[in-house]
Design a protein around this ligand. Structure first.
Ligand code: ZN
Ligand code: CU
Length: 480
């Protein structure tokens, strides 16, 4: 009797996510898990995918997202599933959708998750987790709870360090989130709601991480002139808590700092010998977040991604908007707020050096609710595979896949994901190594990638033939 499977992916070339060289094999799935890998000619299955000439890889894990709300408001997760992403890490940069009582109007940058549409409505983190379980999305999610979100809840005045009572309240909220299923805490110490927080405040709020076995992820206090001090602050927080840290979207911003990844990467590498450190990076030399004058000052070019009072300017250059308004740049910024922007402020050599660093994971940092989003939202993973691995030969395809799968699962502690191995969860991406690339551009950012054939989450196809399938097999993942 031939073995019977739920799904058989025939004739492909496996890149397993471990850095091991590719090999030809069929992959069989049963009950949401990888049941067999090898020559399975005689096997039969309820469904088959012909992967002749294609790569069969573990589903990609987006190490850095702001998809907290997208999981609920567009559970097809099209911007991510279309890239081959099967798991998203949410709640980054200090910003999480929960815990936050209904009716709260949080300040920027928390409004990146919701510009007033009532999505902040989960008073406890457990309520958010329950909503995700009741209405699953197409992809899995690993959740972080944001320190800025906790500050908005616990503090009346965000412009100063938290007092003992406020720290205790935030610590209790962090503990509740971790108990409910969050895998860690994130901070966004560069942003206004958290920039007054001291290192000690962060340490005290994050205390529950050690007992709950969580990790600490950070958008650091400074990614420009004071980037080295910010790295040391991050490492100190990790050491004092005794937990792993992840440096989010590592970069060096501003013309004066171009080239300084030659300083940051050796420091990271040296500290990695003493403590657990991860880092991620998006493959572009333009950043994107809320519109602020300080970032405009160090950028060579600025695109406006959304503006509440002036939605008609989304997608235009700030200089052009100022010209049309007949105003100075500073005056135009004031009129556009609240708003988002893309800043061309990094050096391509730094981006490549950071991306090629052996321990760098791929994370999109995409902003799914922007009217004219940075193309990283739809293009990050195919761009690394196509532009950087195939086009520029920055590293072999096996390395590119590892940076978005095995390395990421290991860094975040996601058990039985990220590596294509018998018994692991069946998160699988089938793609064409010859054509895979982003289709999104700065001018036309909302475009599904090229060369992604099939994307399977927990054994079920969620993206096939260039569109979502309607399946919603995603789960909330725990840290082992
Ligand atoms: Zn950030
Ligand atoms: Cu971010």
């Amino acid at each position: 009797m031939a073995e019977r499977y739920d799904l058989l992916i025939r004739g492909g070339t496996v890149i397993d996510g471990t850095l091991a060289p590719r090999y030809a094999a069929d992959v069989a799935v049963r009950d949401g898990r990888i049941a067999a890998i090898g020559a399975l000619q005689g096997a039969r299955a309820a469904a088959e995918i012909d992967a002749t000439g294609r790569i069969v890889a573990p589903g990609f894990i987006d190490a850095h997202t702001h998809d907290d709300r997208l999981l609920l408001s567009d559970p097809s997760m099209a911007p991510k599933a279309s890239q081959g992403v099967t798991t998203v890490v949410t709640g980054n940069c200090g910003i999480s959708l929960a815990p936050m009582p209904a009716g709260t109007k949080p300040p920027p940058p928390l409004d990146l998750l919701d510009e007033g549409g009532g999505w902040f409505r989960f008073p406890r983190f457990a309520d958010y987790v329950a909503a995700l379980r009741e209405q699953p999305a197409a992809t899995n999610a690993a959740l972080l709870v944001g320190h800025s979100t906790l500050r908005v809840q616990a503090m009346a005045d965000l412009g100063r360090p938290a007092n003992a009572k406020e720290v205790a309240r935030m610590r209790a909220l962090a503990d509740e989130a971790l108990a409910a299923g969050a895998i860690g805490v994130s901070t966004g110490l560069w942003y206004e709601p958290a920039s007054a927080a001291t290192t000690q405040e962060v340490i005290e709020v994050c205390r529950p991480l050690a007992a709950r076995r969580g990790l600490y992820c950070t958008h650091m206090r400074d990614e420009g002139d004071r980037v080295m001090a910010s790295l040391e602050e991050t490492f100190r927080i990790g050491r004092e808590l005794g937990v792993p840290v992840v440096v989010s979207h590592h970069k060096v911003m501003g013309k004066a700092n171009h080239g300084r990844s030659v300083e940051t990467l050796p420091l990271i590498e040296a500290r990695m010998r003493e403590q657990a450190i991860g880092l991620d990076c998006y493959p572009y030399c333009a950043s994107s977040t809320i519109l602020t004058a300080s970032r405009v000052d160090v950028a060579t070019r600025v695109l406006v991604t959304w503006s509440k009072p002036h939605p008609e300017f989304a997608g235009l250059e700030l200089a052009e908007i100022a010209r049309r308004m007949g105003l100075s740049t500073a005056e135009a910024i004031a009129r556009l707020l609240p708003a988002g922007a893309i800043y061309f402020s990094m050096d391509e050599a730094d981006v490549q050096r950071i991306l090629a660093f052996a321990r760098t994971m791929v994370g999109s940092d995409g902003l799914p609710h922007d009217a004219a989003p940075h193309p990283r939202l739809w293009g990050t993973f195919p761009r690394v595979l196509g532009h950087y691995a195939r086009g520029l030969n920055l590293f072999p395809l096996e390395t590119a896949v590892h940076k978005m799968t095995g390395l990421t699962a290991q860094t975040f502690g996601l058990a039985d994901r990220g590596v294509l191995r018998q018994g692991h969860a069946a998160d699988i991406t089938v793609f064409d190594a010859a054509t895979v690339d982003e289709a999104a551009t700065f001018a036309r950012p909302i475009q599904p990638a090229r060369g992604i054939d099939a994307v399977i989450v927990n054994g079920e196809p969620v993206w096939q033939d260039g569109k979502t399938t309607g399946a919603r097999p995603g789960r909330v993942l725990a840290r082992h």
